[in-house]
Design a protein around this ligand. Structure first.
Ligand SMILES: Nc1ncnc2c1ncn2[C@@H]1O[C@H](COP(=O)(O)OP(=O)(O)O)[C@@H](O)[C@H]1O
Ligand SMILES: [Mg+2]
Length: 225
């Protein structure tokens, strides 16, 4: 699913975001990526989404090499990824349903398939009763759930969430981590970053990556506890 070999990421002006690392994540895993601000969590997700290229070594996602000369294939790869961005990227003035359906454009769904998949996803995140509400009338936590529904409605092979615990109190942060980790199954892999290291023990992940200027440690969850 994700494989890195002697991979390293240095940004143009010389900041080394990810020191040399190897990594293997298998299909169906759900992985927590934890570490303080600036430790390279978002940079690792950028590699996964083909929004950054390794400076050295190899990085591959779903068998697709992430490199500059692969930009067309990487666009295709992204159709198999359901991203949940930190700022959600929802459209103001539109309903919950519209926002989720908009996330499915440019994929190979018919109009009616889009509506069915979007409705299922909205129900799965517990917002079925607000499906026709305007986005602007929802709380921050509800908007986050719309963003999660938009990711899963695409029926992706890989779900990627960057700092989903950002603005939440502890109880809601644990709930959203549990919701996200519950989305992995035999076909779907989930990657979640968080700086809230103390919440890790509440979540049932298959692996925990500890970040510090790159991947410092990668352990199976049961070894961690
Ligand atoms: N686009 C960029 N250009 C240059 N440096 C960057 C860029 N994005 C992040 N960095 C640097 O890379 C390091 C890792 O950042 P990031 O991956 O955003 O960490 P985290 O998500 O854990 O907070 C930091 O030192 C940050 O300043
Ligand atoms: Mg970040």
């Amino acid at each position: 699913m994700i494989r890195a070999e002697k991979c390293r990421l240095i940004y143009n002006e010389g900041t080394c975001a990810l020191e040399t690392f190897d990594l293997e994540i298998n299909r169906g895993e759900n992985v927590l990526i934890v570490g303080p601000s600036g430790s390279g969590k978002t940079s690792l997700l950028k590699l996964v989404m083909g929004m950054a290229y390794p400076t050295e070594g190899k990085f591959a996602v779903l068998g697709q090499n992430i490199s500059k000369d692969q930009s067309k294939a990487i666009r295709k790869l992204r159709t198999q990824i359901g991203p949940i961005f930190q700022d959600f990227r929802l459209l103001s003035g539109r309903s919950v349903l519209d926002n989720v359906v908009l996330g499915m454009r440019f994929l190979s769904f018919s109009q009616s398939e889009m509506k069915v998949s979007a409705t299922e996803a909205i129900e799965r995140v517990g917002l079925g009763h607000k499906i026709h509400h305007d986005i602007d009338r929802l709380s921050w936590g509800e908007c986050q759930r719309v963003a999660i529904a938009r990711a899963i409605s695409r029926k992706p092979k890989l779900i990627v969430a960057d700092e989903p615990t950002g603005n939440l109190d502890e109880e809601n942060a644990i709930n959203v981590l549990k919701l996200l980790t519950s989305l992995s199954d035999s076909e779907t892999t989930v990657l979640i970053t968080t700086h809230a290291t103390h919440l890790v023990k509440h979540v049932n992940a298959t692996k925990v990556l500890t970040m510090n200027n790159g991947i410092e440690r990668c352990v199976a969850m049961h070894e961690e506890l």
